[in-house]
Design a protein around this ligand. Structure first.
Ligand SMILES: CSCCC(=O)C(=O)O
Ligand SMILES: [Fe+2]
Length: 163
């Protein structure tokens, strides 16, 4: 995982948009974003189960975001993921394969912090944080989604003055 301030330069959302200003794990924690690295090797499921038990995540599923996997739904899914939104509960993702970017609003609510994730990265976005997701130029990701509750509410995207 690598986090940094998003460069806000117009262009393909899949590009890194790396401003070069790194954001540390502690700074992510100040935003309520938690991170674990759980390498994809023997016993990784047990490590996930430990975190799930500790944080009371009762349900999980797998999502495969690829052109092949989603077919016609691909474009609309990609668009929807990248619309700035928040949830009333945490968003928990463990990356099994591929890679992608989670962007979260920082405390100024003006800048994006981009969190570049790949296999073995577990992230928890706190309830109420404005965020979005995009694939990167690899154009595929497979992730485990964990949930405290079965039903998830998504607060519609806001028009944040265009950025
Ligand atoms: C990394 S999984 C795809 C993104 C996603 O599940 C979400 O934005 O809710
Ligand atoms: Fe979300």
């Amino acid at each position: 995982m690598r986090a940094y301030v998003y460069d806000d330069i117009p262009g393909d959302q899949r590009k890194p948009h790396d401003s070069g200003q790194l954001v540390t794990q502690d700074q992510l924690k100040e935003l309520g974003v938690l991170y674990w690295q759980i390498p994809q090797k023997d016993g990784w499921e047990g490590e996930i189960d430990k975190v799930a038990k500790e944080r009371d995540y009762k349900n999980r599923d797998i999502i495969n975001v690829t052109r092949e996997g989603l077919g016609e739904a691909y474009e609309s899914k990609i668009k929807g993921f990248f619309e700035e939104h928040l949830h009333e509960d945490e968003e928990i993702r463990y990356i099994l394969d591929g890679s992608g970017f989670f962007d979260v609003r920082d405390h100024t609510d003006k800048r994006w912090v981009r969190i570049a994730m790949d296999a073995g990265d577990l992230v928890v976005l706190p309830a109420g944080i404005y965020h979005r997701f995009t694939l990167d130029e690899q154009d595929k990701i497979k992730a485990m989604r964990l949930f405290k509750v079965r039903t998830r509410f998504r607060i519609p995207p806001r028009n944040h003055g265009g950025s």
